[in-house]
Design a protein around this ligand. Structure first.
Ligand code: THU
Length: 140
């Protein structure tokens, strides 16, 4: 897939990605917030990387599920992701935090971000919708 193409949210691979995000949420280390988040990213080579949020007694050191999944992918050699899926234990889909938006922008400027929850609702966004006018590698 060309990096400039955005994967449609209805693409069948998105279902597998949402399943991976939901499964990953079960492994969250979230004893402080009790908010178990799972994320999964689809690399441009087809691999899926999933992760959960990891908290710390020093609260500010918490690492979100989205960044953990992205960093796992990048550490395995991935440089571009085409989709990011998120599962939160909520009644409505939740969008990624600002820090995660910036990191998604770095490795998936054309990625679709899809969010699911404990209910049936889903939402999807482009990075431009989540982070308009983003600072990026080309600004350096
Ligand atoms: N969290 C995520 O992992 N991803 C998000 O998109 C929102 C927040 C985590 C951080 C923290 O462990 C818990 O959810 C509550 O903020």
């Amino acid at each position: 897939m060309k990096p400039s193409m955005t994967l449609p949210a209805a693409d069948p691979r998105i279902e597998a990605l949402l399943d991976a995000a939901r499964s990953a949420s079960a492994l969250a280390y979230a004893p402080y917030s009790r908010f178990h988040v799972g994320a999964a990213v689809l690399a441009d080579d087809g691999r899926i990387f999933a992760a959960a949020n990891v908290e710390n007694a020093s609260y500010g050191l918490t690492s979100c599920a989205e960044r953990n999944a992205l960093f796992a992918a990048v550490s395995a050699g991935v440089r571009n992701v085409t989709a990011v899926a998120i599962h939160t234990p909520t009644g409505a889909p939740v969008s990624p935090c600002g820090a995660c938006r910036q990191v998604i922008r770095e490795f998936g400027p054309d990625a679709v971000v899809v969010s699911c929850c404990d209910g049936d609702a889903r939402r999807s966004w482009t990075i431009d919708e989540l982070l308009p006018g983003a600072f990026g590698p080309h600004d350096l």
